[in-house]
Design a protein around this ligand. Sequence first.
Ligand code: AMP
Ligand code: MG
Length: 415
Amino acid sequence: MGCCDVKGLMPIDLALTKMQAELTNVCQSITLPLSQALGAVLAQDILSPLNVPPFNNSAMDGYALSHADLNICSCEQPIVLKEVGCALAGSPYIGDIPRGCCVRIMTGAVLPTGVDTVVMQEQVSVSEEQLTFTRSPKFGDNVRLVGEDVMFEQRVLKQGHRLTPRDIPLLASLGLETLQVFRKLKVAVLSSGDELKSLGEPLNTGELYDSNRYSMIALLSRLNVEVIDLGIIKDDKSALKEAFIKADQQADVVISSGGVSVGEADFIKAVLAELGTISFWKLAIKPGKPFAFGHLPNSVFFGLPGNPVSALVTLYQLAVPAMEKLSGMAVKSAMRFTAIMQDDIRKKAGRTDFQRGLYFVDKAEQIVVQSTGKQGSGIFSSMCQSNCFIVLEQDRGNVMAGERVTIEPYTHLLD
Ligand code: AMP
Ligand code: MG
């Protein structure tokens, strides 16, 4: 417990730990062609079926020779060798290479038997099949050895790893046409609120456009899940109940925004309690205090607050790691580091703040961070002006310019 725990509000670390403990992978393994596997989560360890490179080969266009041959030449004299053939990528030289001879070789060509060193062509002068080297190479220069990148049976990636654009070419180099991955998590999203309008509809007094569903769908598309969009649901208990039942039948995860607080028209918790169970509600974070986590008969439920910054912050900080676990992914902690705060910022002890900041390297080569200004949970433009969260610990109060703070740069899900 921290010194500033507030009764009834759960610290975020405890909420994250509880969710990880309650959830397991719900996605079965499927086979996918490598070409469709970007962003998928591996359901298998990948052991290399071959050596990469599969054969010793030249890293340069030049001449392949036996280093031992250089000893027959005197140190003061230039080294002179005779060219006896040529090796191209995909077209190996097959034949003997007598002592005192070398082979013209191109980048990627198999290193012929009997030679061990390549001299780049820029360091060779050629006349009448006689090659003169001005500089003596070291043994093994410019040779790429079999398996020096990946060894046969080496584990290159682990189950639970989400495939990035860097992994796909590596797996292609191993000749893997198909992979075992976990199927996509199915996530149903809905916005709740009588005041919400869909884009394209005119706004009457007191109404506003539903932006949270766009937040959810945009972030979820980066998370590589299958999104089921259930639209806007009125602040009406039976309409919400009907929507929850429909969502629960189709999806592994149901996410709502709005209506999860303690207002007259906030029915989300009541519906969740009637149809399933509430695991926790109300967190010691800012923004995003009224965040609900629970279970419906077939799915896991996240109730995001309606304020747009709160909705996105809780989706990112809380629901994403939980959905990663449900997807079979090995959940990693966020990358955080220390920066020097450039402004005074106000904070009350009692909740962990996720303020929006802009970090950069200053002239003194220090990592510094600026506040984006107003931090209200409805100031969504602060998300767009920022590139990181300034994470202010639960027990911390006001921060003065010059103090060190923890920052968390946005990942690809927000950037
Ligand atoms: P609630 O959590 O339902 O009490 O809503 C809190 C605030 O967020 C209110 O000002 C709502 O109008 C606003 N809000 C709720 N849902 C959305 C939404 N989907 N898009 C934009 N603003 C919303
Ligand atoms: Mg509402």
